[in-house]
Design a protein around this ligand. Structure first.
Ligand code: GLA
Length: 364
């Protein structure tokens, strides 16, 4: 009897604790999150690291988002640091958090010129490997990683940023291109598809709003599709800023890719409060003012509002919008293009409160 009273008391207190944590979640900004406003449009995702999966950030994730991307944990260097050694812990923790809470996961990424481990391209003597060796290593990597998360990830960014930014150069002159040739792209998609035939496979790149780069991406993906390569979508990273894209640029970009008959996702959305610059540079005296002024706030709000307007217009084509980082507490833009220049590119402030712009994104 005494035991039963005790266990009833325990149940009551557990229930009370869970109700009060539920309350803590709902009072932060109302019980509805971005994912609920966009329920009939597309999943709303966010890029995270394992450190984000506890405390107030975890609560915010669960209230607002229904899809996750690993900010770094699934990239080739972090997940495959040596030939015989995969480091799964960080990626696994993101996938199990998603599974425990019923979130989707999109994988990022399988083949990229950056954050690739240097062992991949060299032999034991430090000499560059042959095309055959590199293709085999690429296959082993893609097969192992895709297999591990088969059925748990619904999509992968297979090749990231293969297009050159130089106006008169088509493909980026990466180690992949130099050693294997153009076919590394098609092969990556084939390896991924063989490992998980159900995963949606994306080609992902940035500055797709530039007509020159856009046409190169179009040419690449059309070529793959015409050759029967399993490519299912185009990822527009969407690292934008207060001065771009214009509505016309964004609309014509999505329309152009939709013409290919493929899905489009916005995969890395953030809108910097500084005018767009594509290359890292030294700090200048004009960078001293890093306040989030009402003027910056208004300019950013207009670009976000316009972007989501256009995303909703293309709801039949767009099947995912993912933010790159959770809140203005931390963003890669705090160190790019200028090291240590605070940026405010997201919908939540440093205290995780929805900014004014949030209301504009969910008001339609
Ligand atoms: C690119 C990559 C991302 C990330 C950002 C910067 O967009 O695709 O994985 O590294 O750069 O954070």
């Amino acid at each position: 009897m005494k035991n039963r009273i005790l266990s009833a008391a325990v149940i009551v207190s557990v229930l009370a604790a869970s109700c009060s944590s539920q309350r803590a979640i709902t009072t932060a900004g109302g019980s509805k999150g971005l994912k609920d406003y966009y329920n009939n449009f597309f999943p709303i995702g966010v890029a995270v690291g394992p450190r984000n999966l506890a405390g107030d950030e975890a609560q915010l994730i669960l209230r607002e988002f229904n899809s996750l991307t690993a900010e770094n944990a699934m990239k080739m260097g972090p997940i495959h640091p040596q030939e015989d050694n995969y480091y799964w812990r960080d990626a696994d923790s993101i996938v199990s958090f998603a599974q425990n809470h019923g979130l989707k996961v999109r994988g990022h990424n399988l083949c990229w010129h950056s954050q690739a481990p240097s062992w991949m391209f060299t032999d034991k003597e430090g000499k560059t490997v042959s095309k055959e060796v590199l293709l085999q290593r690429l296959k082993d990597h893609i097969t192992t990683v895709v297999n591990r998360y088969k059925g748990k990830l619904y999509a992968w960014d297979v090749v990231n940023e293969a297009i050159s930014d130089k106006p008169d150069e088509y493909l980026r002159n990466s180690d992949w291109l130099k050693i294997i040739g153009e076919e590394y792209i098609a092969k990556s998609f084939q390896f991924a598809h063989e490992a998980d035939p159900n995963a949606m496979l994306f080609y992902n790149d940035y500055n797709e709003i530039s007509p020159v780069k856009r046409e190169k991406i179009y040419r690449l993906v059309k070529g793959l599709k015409d050759a029967g390569v399993p490519v299912h979508g185009i990822g527009l990273q969407g690292h934008w800023a207060v001065n771009e894209p214009s509505r016309g640029q964004l609309d014509s970009t999505i329309k152009r890719f939709a013409d290919l008959g493929l899905k489009v996702q916005i995969t890395e959305l953030d809108i910097s409060v500084y005018p767009k610059e594509h290359d890292a540079r030294q700090r200048k005296s004009a960078d001293a003012d890093t306040t989030f002024s009402p003027q910056k706030e208004q300019q950013q709000l207009e670009v976000y509002k316009m972007s989501f307007d256009v995303f909703r217009k293309y709801r039949n084509v767009i099947n995912g919008v993912t933010f790159w980082n959770i809140s203005d507490r931390n963003s890669w833009l705090d160190n790019f293009p200028v090291r240590n220049r605070k940026d405010y590119p997201l919908l939540f402030d440093r205290h995780l409160k929805p900014k004014k712009v949030y209301q504009e994104v969910v008001k339609f």
